[in-house]
Write a protein that binds this ligand. Structure first.
Ligand code: C5P
Length: 219
């Protein structure tokens, strides 16, 4: 363990996509790689934090030095996050699916000989960030992410208020930015004091800068 400014502080990080089953062999997913979440966990560990990393099925490597909890669905992620509290801070990087399938098959759904198509029914998933931000065990510093394609700052500022978190790390994920699935990131940090655009940085430099801000805030 490193002897940095976050020594002894427990920090929770969620990362990756979630998978929402359709049947035992099929699922609904999204394109999150988990790369930014892994980088943030490693940057916090480097400053001495004891990191619990709750991840969906991400393609990015798992962070070194963190306590690892692997989940599949949004509902499992919420349970794992609640079980991991209390924490001094929580960083919600995961790209959580908005819905799950309520009529998922318990065995593989077969193609129907008459051509009848299956119908999927959906229910909303819990919003993990909002639930924890408004919950009894709320960490003193709660940070959410906002991936937006337009009016980034306005949407992220509204999201900060709606979810009840302290900071939002907003980024522009229009395909032409190359951020999604890429190695660099350009974010704007939204706090109670306003919006602070950061330069285009590697995901690991973005993570180091965020970890330094968290350390500054907690110490
Ligand atoms: O509402 P939206 O998905 O854009 O919000 C993004 C932020 O909320 C991210 O920090 C994400 O991890 C978190 N989130 C969550 N649970 C959900 C949906 C989003 O924790 N069900």
């Amino acid at each position: 363990l490193s002897d940095g400014p976050l020594k002894g502080k427990h920090i929770l990080v969620t990362s990756g996509p979630t998978h929402e089953p359709i049947d035992p062999v099929r699922y609904i997913a999204n394109r999150s790689s988990g790369a930014q979440g892994t980088a943030i966990a490693e940057a916090l560990t480097a400053l001495g934090a004891e990191v619990t990393f709750v991840t969906g099925p991400a393609t990015a490597p798992r962070p070194r030095g963190a306590r690892l909890i692997e989940v599949e669905t949004a509902r499992q992620m919420l349970d794992a996050v609640q079980a991991a509290l209390p924490a001094a801070a929580a960083v919600f990087c995961a790209a959580v699916a908005d819905w799950h399938v309520t009529n998922a098959g318990s065995s593989k759904i077969k193609k129907d000989a008459t051509g009848t198509l299956p119908t999927l029914d959906f229910a909303e998933n819990p919003d993990i960030l909002a639930t924890i931000s408004k919950g009894a065990d709320r960490p003193p510093l709660v940070i959410g992410f906002a991936a937006e394609t337009d009016d980034v700052i306005a949407h992220a500022t509204a999201k900060r208020a709606r979810k009840g978190c302290d900071w939002i790390v907003a980024n522009d994920v229009r395909p032409e930015t190359g951020i999604m699935g890429g190695t660099s990131n350009q974010v704007t940090l939204i706090t109670a004091d306003g919006a602070e655009p950061w330069p285009l940085l590697s995901k690991s430099d973005t993570a180091a800068r965020l970890a330094a801000r968290i350390a500054e805030h907690l110490t």
